[in-house]
Design a protein around this ligand. Structure first.
Ligand SMILES: [Zn+2]
Length: 100
């Protein structure tokens, strides 16, 4: 499944917090308890790239992961550009699986 780091800013007290979740969903302010705060920004954490010995290792969390990301190695690439392309394609494929 896709995994998001959601950034929230409270419309009532102005505090900022982040929340990791499997959707871009509303959250309750941990400071003042105001509900239904929509994230103003969401980072997709369902894939990332690690560099090791001159190679770029692509990890993507599959659609079947339940309540936390479960990263699997997709492949190792010399080129960062190719690694990013592979990661983007795989993430799109996994999110299509998750949402049918
Ligand atoms: Zn608040």
């Amino acid at each position: 499944m896709a995994w998001f780091l959601n950034h929230h800013e409270c419309y009532r007290c102005g505090e900022h917090w982040t929340d990791e979740w499997s959707c871009q969903c509303d959250d309750e302010c941990p400071y003042c308890g105001a509900g239904d705060s929509s994230p103003f920004e969401s980072e997709d954490l369902s894939g990332y790239i690690e560099q090791e010995a001159g190679e770029h290792i692509v990890y993507v969390s599959p659609a079947s992961a339940d309540d936390s990301p479960d990263y699997e190695e997709v492949g190792r690439y010399r080129s960062e550009r190719i690694a990013k392309g592979i990661m983007t394609r795989r993430m799109r494929k996994e999110s299509q699986k998750a949402f049918g």
